[in-house]
Design a protein around this ligand. Structure first.
Ligand SMILES: [Zn+2]
Length: 209
């Protein structure tokens, strides 16, 4: 009799534990794993990298030296040709999707010193032909092939892991440059202020949205 009660008790406790376990799984937040990392699919607007409040260190055109840089230690110098979108400490361990900013073909993806993974896309912004440079991506995550037409919002890839070869040792952030014309130029800095005239500030296009 005692044995029967013991077995029944163990069974009931087991059933209760399984019930609690299953309900915890069901209640787990759905956004632990980003759901918008499907290659070629339009990303949703959550945890978007294109957020003005992320531009806290290097806006377009800022003159950087090893002494004055908000990033230390600094290995670059010159006028910043792009806009840097920063990530938070909480985002260090999660995949941050980088959608394309405009409609246009992928022109290049490669590993480059100073960037790690970098991609270049041709676009037309307000009637002007430009190339858009996306720097510090994890190269292996860039699934679109060179020559492929992309629509604004299509997933390009994810940001490279900070302080790794994926970003060539840089912090986890997106460098986005817009170069006027169709010539590919991935320079992140120029040495003469007048050379900034062939680059555009992405933020000006935010005001139009
Ligand atoms: Zn930059």
């Amino acid at each position: 009799m005692k044995k029967t009660i013991l077995v029944a008790t163990v069974f009931i406790i087991g059933a209760v534990l399984i019930f609690i376990y299953k309900n915890q799984i069901a209640l787990a937040p759905e956004d632990v794993v980003p759901t918008n990392l499907v290659p070629g699919k339009t990303t949703d607007s959550t945890n978007t990298i294109f957020d003005k409040t992320r531009v806290t260190k290097k806006p377009f055109g800022i003159y950087i030296t090893s002494g004055n840089s908000p990033v230390q230690p600094e290995k670059f110098a010159g006028y910043h040709t792009g806009v840097d979108f920063e990530t938070t400490a909480a985002e260090a361990g999660i995949d941050i999707p980088v959608p394309v900013f405009c409609d246009g073909k992928l022109l290049l993806k490669k590993y480059a010193t100073g960037y790690g993974g970098v991609a270049v896309q041709s676009c037309n912004l307000n009637g002007e032909s430009v190339t858009v440079i996306y720097g510090h991506l994890k190269l292996q995550s860039i699934n679109p092939v060179v020559g492929q037409s992309l629509k604004k919002g299509d997933l390009l890839g994810i940001l490279g892991k900070g302080y790794s070869t994926e970003t060539d040792g840089e912090r986890k952030h997106l460098h986005l440059g817009i170069h006027i014309g169709s010539t590919i130029n991935i320079l992140g800095y120029v040495q003469k202020q007048s050379d900034l005239s062939t680059w555009l500030d992405l933020i000006q296009f935010f005001e139009l949205d």
